[in-house]
Structure formats: structure tokens, C-alpha cells
Design a binder for this molecule. Sequence first.
Ligand code: IPE
Ligand code: MG
Length: 222
Amino acid sequence: MDGNGRWAKRKHLPRALGHKKGVETVRNIVRVAGKMGVEAMTLYAFSSENWNRPEEEISDLMGLLRQYIQSDIDEFVENGVRLKVIGNYRVLDADIVAMIDNAIEKTSGNSKMTLAVALNYGSQDEMLRAVQHIAQGVKSGEIQPEAINLGHIAGALDTADMPPLDLLIRTSGELRLSNFLLWQAAYAELYFTETLWPDFDQVELERALESFGHRERRFGGR
Ligand code: IPE
Ligand code: MG
């Protein structure tokens, strides 16, 4: 979800309003994706590198996160959305952590769509934590180094219980993955659009899915 700042700048609005509009887009896209039958969706909300932003902006983003969880949790329950967080979110403010844990617990029985929100997430950090986890298993004698397989790695990532990643969308014209789902994107189709995240809507999502539908996926075959 990229382009909130540029969206605000173009409209001569403060950055914070770009983020606010970005949250409205999240709300809309979660609804629309659910209706379209999307099984799982991961939103890159706050990266482990976003701590480098000015304190005020971080605090705006955290405030929006609080508001979003509070106001939309009932809708998740109603619409069968299971909330999940990837990334090391335990370092966020204690009230946010509690709110998240409560929302995860409240929606844990839902199965229509899994909504994973990436918070304090970085793909390299996720892989590092996975390696540490597996190394613990080696140390305790649970597993031999030569017995480690791809399944162990995938299973130690935050996305362990998610289906394979099919489509990765990046908005705002940047042509980078920016430390997002690097392992999981091995065979994902990539979709880049110039549209800024606050302007991303149902039509844009349909366009992305339409493009995905035309891709020939060979997974290394021929
Ligand atoms: C997305 O928009 C923000 C987050 C999800 C943290 P940006 O804040 O990166 O917007 P630009 O790139 O400055 O336009
Ligand atoms: Mg950006």
C-alpha cells in the first residue's frame, strides 16, 4: 500500500490525511475482496523500516491502526474475516498489542477470508526469526541440520498457515518489493500500478485480478 504521502501532497493536504484516506481504501478493499471470494490477503501496513519516519508520522499511523481495529472488528466478525498479523508486532504500544490479540482471538473461528496485516514486518527479519527458530530445534536435538527442508522454513515463517501467495500488488508506480514476502513471492505474479493507494478501488482490484487471470503460470515447468 504505497502512495499515501504523494496523494496528500497532490491535493495540498497534510500527509496524515493521506494515511487517513489510505485506511478508507483498506476498509473498502477488504470488503470488496471478501465479496469477490479472495481467500487470503496480506496488507503491508507498517514495515520494520518505517520506524525511520518522523515520530509524528509514526504516531499518526499508530493512531489510525488503533481506530481501524476498534471500528472494524465487528465487521470482521460479521463478514467471516479472520484477522492475523505478520511481523513482530509485540514491540508496538501495549494497548495496541492487547487490541490486536483481542481481535485475533475474536475472529479466530472465521474462515471466509484471512486478512493478514503486516506490522513491524520485514521479510528479512521474518526469515531471520525463522532461522533462529529452526536453529533452536537443532540445538535441542529435535531436528538434524541435514533433515531441514523447505517445509520447515515455510512453516517457521509468520505466513505458515496462509495459502501460497498468488498475486502481489504494489501501488504508486514503485517497482520494488521493499522487503515484503520475499520468500513467499517465489512464484507469485507481480502487478504494479501507478495508482496511489488512496485511489485504489474495486475497479483497480478487478483490473489486477483480471491481469492475473491471463498469466500463464508454469512454476518452473515449460
Ligand atoms: C504508504 O504511503 C504508507 C504506509 C503504509 C506506511 P507512503 O507514506 O509511503 O506514501 P508516499 O510513498 O510518501 O507517497
Ligand atoms: Mg512510500
